[in-house]
Design a protein around this ligand. Structure first.
Ligand code: AMP
Length: 396
C-alpha cells in the first residue's frame, strides 16, 4: 500500500480528495465533524513536510448545479477549527480563480475548492474534468474512504494523471488495514457479528467473510429468519420468507468451512412494534403468535459475551435489537460492553456500516473499540469482497 508516508511533500502541492460530506443543521452548521477530524493526520503530515494542501470534496447531492445550501463555504469555519489552521476558499473548483489560487499556494497553506458536485462531470467520472483538477498539483492523495466505492472524477479517474505520485492518505490506510485484519491478517479467533433488520442485505458479506472468520454471531431482526428455518416458532417477528432456504444454506456453508455460528437463544418479545408495548423474555424458538422478538435475552447476551471474550479480532455490523427504543436497547448495549471489554483485553475491534456506527456514537462506545469506520457503503462493499474503485486507482 503506497501511502503519504512514502513521500516527502517538501515544496510540493498535494491535491487531497477528502470526504467532507458532513451532516449539517438547518442553519448549515456542521453537527458531526468526525470526517474532518479523520483527515487531520494526513493534512498535518503534508504541511509538516513543507508542502501545501489543496482539499477537494463533495457535499450532499447538488446534482451538477451551484447551490447555496451545498456550498462548502458554510463549513470552512468548522474545518479551520478542527485543523487549527487558516483555510483559504475558492468558490469554484474550475476556472481562472482556481488556477490562480492553486498556482499561488505557498508551503504550509491550505486551500479548499468549492463542491466538486456543482459539476455533473464529477459523478460522471469525466476524464477532462479530472485532468483539469490534476493540473492544480504535482501529487494526488486519496483520503476519502467514504466515497472510495464511487468511480468519480476526483476519487478514481484522476489518479491516472499522477502515475508515480498518487498515494493513500492516512485515513484510507487505517480503514483498509482494519478491513484487512478482519479478512485475513488479524489475530485469530476472528468473530463477525452481523445484526440489523435483513438477511438479504448481508448475504454477500456473510459469503465473502466465511473463509476468514472462526465465529459468526447472527443477531437482530435477521436472526428470526434463521430461527424459523431451523423449525422455531417466531410469532410476528421480522421474517424474510423467501430467504428461509438461503438461511439453511448459509448454516451449511459455515459448517463446511469450520465456522461456528451463534444464533440468539432467547429474546425480549413485545406485543407491538413500540417502546411502550408489553414485553417479556422468551425462548426464541417458542414465540407466541401476536408477539415479536425485539431484543436479545439474558442467555443470548451471556452466550455472545463468552464468544467475544475468546476472540482476538472482532467485526461488528448491525444492532442486535431495536436499539432506537430504550426498552429494547439492552441487548445492543450489552454487546457493546462485551466488545469494549474484549478490546480492553487486547482484541482488535472494528465497527462498520450504518446503524452500528450510529449506535456506538450515540452510546459512547466509539472510544472503547479499536476502530469505527468513517464509510458506510465503502465498508460494506469491501466486506463483500469488492475492490473499491478509489483503492484500485491508487494500486494500479
Ligand atoms: P440494517 O439497516 O439492516 O443494519 O438494520 C438496522 C435496524 O435493524 C435498526 O434500525 C434496528 O432497529 C433494526 N432491528 C434490530 N433488531 C430488530 C428486531 N428484532 N426486529 C426489528 N428490527 C430490528
Amino acid at each position: 500500500m503506497k501511502t503519504i508516508n512514502d513521500f516527502n511533500f517538501k515544496d510540493k502541492k498535494a491535491l487531497v480528495r477528502v470526504d467532507f460530506n458532513v451532516p449539517q443543521s438547518a442553519d448549515l452548521k456542521v453537527t458531526d465533524n468526525t470526517r474532518i477530524q479523520a483527515v487531520k493526520p494526513t493534512v498535518d503530515k503534508i504541511l509538516n513536510d513543507g508542502g501545501s494542501v489543496i482539499l477537494m470534496t463533495h457535499l450532499g447531492r447538488p446534482k451538477g448545479k451551484v447551490s447555496e445550501q451545498f456550498s462548502l463555504k458554510n463549513i470552512v469555519p468548522e474545518i479551520e477549527s478542527v485543523l487549527g489552521k487558516e483555510v483559504k476558499f475558492c468558490d469554484d473548483c474550475m476556472g481562472e480563480d482556481a488556477k490562480n489560487m492553486t498556482a499561488n499556494l505557498k508551503p504550509g497553506e491550505i486551500l479548499l475548492l468549492e463542491n466538486l458536485r456543482f459539476y455533473d462531470q464529477e459523478e460522471a467520472g469525466d476524464k477532462d474534468f479530472a485532468e483539469k483538477l490534476a493540473k492544480y498539483a504535482d501529487s494526488y492523495v486519496n483520503d476519502a474512504f467514504g466515497t472510495a466505492h464511487r468511480e468519480h472524477a476526483s476519487t478514481a479517474v484522476i489518479a491516472q494523471f499522477f502515475p508515480s505520485t498518487k498515494f493513500f492518505g492516512l485515513l484510507m490506510a487505517k480503514e483498509l488495514d482494519a478491513i484487512d485484519k478482519v479478512l485475513g491478517s488479524g489475530e485469530k479467533p476472528v468473530t463477525a457479528i452481523l445484526g440489523g433488520s435483513k438477511v438479504s442485505t448481508k448475504i454477500t458479506i456473510i459469503e465473502n467473510i466465511l473463509p476468514a472468520i472462526d465465529n459468526l454471531i447472527i443477531g437482530g431482526g435477521m436472526a428470526f429468519t434463521f430461527v424459523k428455518a431451523l423449525g422455531g416458532h417466531i410469532g410476528n417477528s421480522l421474517l424474510e420468507e423467501d430467504k428461509l432456504g438461503l438461511a439453511l444454506e448459509i448454516l451449511e456453508k459455515a459448517k463446511g468451512q469450520n465456522v461456528k455460528v451463534y444464533l440468539p437463544v432467547d429474546t425480549i418479545i413485545a406485543d407491538e412494534f413500540s417502546n411502550d408495548a408489553d414485553h417479556k423474555e422468551m425462548d426464541i424458538y417458542a414465540i407466541p403468535d401476536g408477539w415479536m422478538g425485539m431484543d436479545a435475552g439474558t442467555k443470548t447476551k451471556a452466550l455472545f459475551h463468552d464468544v467475544l471474550m475468546n476472540s482476538r479480532t472482532i467485526l461488528w455490523n448491525g444492532p442486535i435489537g431495536v436499539f432506537e427504543m430504550p426498552n429494547f436497547s439492552s441487548g445492543t448495549v450489552s454487546l457493546g460492553d462485551s466488545i469494549a471489554e474484549a478490546t480492553k483485553l487486547g482484541a482488535f475491534s472494528l465497527v462498520g456500516g450504518g446503524d452500528s456506527v450510529a449506535f456506538v456514537k450515540q452510546f459512547g462506545y466509539d472510544d472503547k473499540v479499536s476502530y469505527v469506520s468513517t464509510g458506510g457503503g465503502a465498508m460494506l462493499e469491501s466486506l463483500e469482497g469488492m475492490e473499491l474503485p478509489g483503492v484500485k486507482a491508487i494500486n494500479n
